[in-house]
Design a protein around this ligand. Sequence first.
Ligand code: TYD
Length: 202
Amino acid sequence: MALGKFISFEGIDGAGKSTHVGAVAEQLRASGKTVITTREPGGTPLGEKLRELLLQETMHLETEALLMFASRREHIAQVIAPALARGDWVITDRFTDASFAYQGGGRNLSLDKLSVLEQWVHPHLQPDLTLLFDVPLEVARQRLDKHRTLDKFEKEKETFFAATRAAYLQRAAQFPARIRIIDSTQTIAAVNAQIAQLLATL
Ligand code: TYD
């Protein structure tokens, strides 16, 4: 049985989630918790190799979904499950909701197929809390343009991100107790305060 807490951070590229992962981990450590921060795709040596492929290579949409879940399977086995069993807190930058949003929404892969993979790879594991960083597409785009060379997903068209964002919001409507929407157009301080309130409920 899992003893630790499992928290995932989600949102379209440029929504600002990565800014908050470190701060939340520090906040929890300050309150005496042992915290692991990790990410998907990736989080293990094999997963990081898969991430390279996933973020650079063009491939069939089902290959992409299968590799996302292959990376996740390894991540759960090597990192997430052992940490939760030890009683540690795990914060992951993306988990399965990202597959429903990007491969399901963005690429239009059948949600039934994604549900099969979810049931296969983690039938009994879900995050205790998912923070969905939500911003309008224009804001996300501006934030992305600012800082770097774009990867395969970040180069996608606006319609892709509109569908990805819509799928995230649909998932949040489906699991309202687990997935909490954060208005990521707020200041960093305001977002931190909202996250602190949500963490206090765990
Ligand atoms: P991201 O988390 O945005 O990392 P960084 O902040 O370093 O750019 O990059 C991961 C990308 O992978 C992102 O564009 C979303 C995509 N992704 C999927 O399409 N499906 C998934 O299941 C996961 C976990 C990620």
